[in-house]
Design a protein around this ligand. Structure first.
Ligand SMILES: [Zn+2]
Length: 234
């Protein structure tokens, strides 16, 4: 694989945090369980939040996406509900989906469970260590300076502009196509222990979320640590 070759060809001092996670995942399978992997769903309009978070949680229970609550790293998460496998589509011929921890002491990932985020005071970049260059919404050109763009955005927020190096002015960073590797929002659902590209939200789940918020939802895959935390941009 070319990417592996490129990693080996570089001196260790040039490795970034993203490379660390890449290396952990591909070269040290035993350590892979320590990496957080999530399917994150959020409103396409990053400013939109549910009018009633408790009602949304109740609807997700009612629909069978999630079941009983349990404490997880200081927050409240939810076990998968009876209809989970009908609402989330797992890809591959015979996916094995763990929905319960191996033992009662829940200390880390290794099974699917659900996080309902708090309502954040302002829009956050939700991507992880696996964030990749976003594309221009008009010409699909790659924005290679995306790390700098996120840094500028973290300071300027709504006022932050962006000019495409390929086709000219511009759009707000929210409008870029972050593909399946990133997104912005004030509220999200995270389905934990979903590896990149292995599952998708079903139409029924997306419809429920749309009905609860009046906005379309999208998804992406998170791996590693929050990008903004990792780069001290938050
Ligand atoms: Zn462009």
């Amino acid at each position: 694989m070319h990417t592996d070759d490129a990693l080996f060809a570089r001196p260790a001092s040039t490795f970034g945090a993203g490379d660390f996670w890449f290396t952990m995942k591909h070269l040290q399978p035993a350590a892979r369980d320590t990496m957080d992997e999530k399917l994150i769903l959020h409103c396409t309009d990053p400013e939109v939040i549910p009018a009633d978070r408790a009602a949304l949680i109740q609807a997700l229970h009612g629909e069978g996406l999630m079941g009983e609550a349990f404490p997880f790293r200081g927050a409240t998460h939810y076990h998968t509900g009876g209809n989970f496998l009908h609402l989330v589509t797992f890809l591959g011929c015979s996916p094995r989906v763990a929905t319960r921890p191996a033992d009662a002491a829940v200390t880390d990932t290794g099974f699917c469970h659900i996080e309902v985020s708090p309502i954040l005071a302002e829009v956050a970049f939700l991507g992880g260590s696996n964030t990749k260059p976003p594309l221009c919404p008009r010409c699909r050109g790659r924005e290679t300076q995306w790390r700098e763009l996120l840094r500028t955005w973290s300071l300027e927020k709504q006022a932050c502009g962006w000019t495409c190096a390929h086709c000219g002015p511009g759009a707000h960073p929210y409008r870029l196509n972050w593909r399946e590797y990133g997104g912005f929002g004030r509220f999200y659902l995270a389905i934990w222990d979903i590896a990149e590209g292995t599952a998708l939200p079903g139409e029924r789940l997306l419809a429920l979320l749309r009905a609860q918020t009046g906005c379309d939802w999208r998804f992406f895959y998170f791996a590693g640590k929050p990008f903004m935390q990792e780069t001290s941009l938050a």
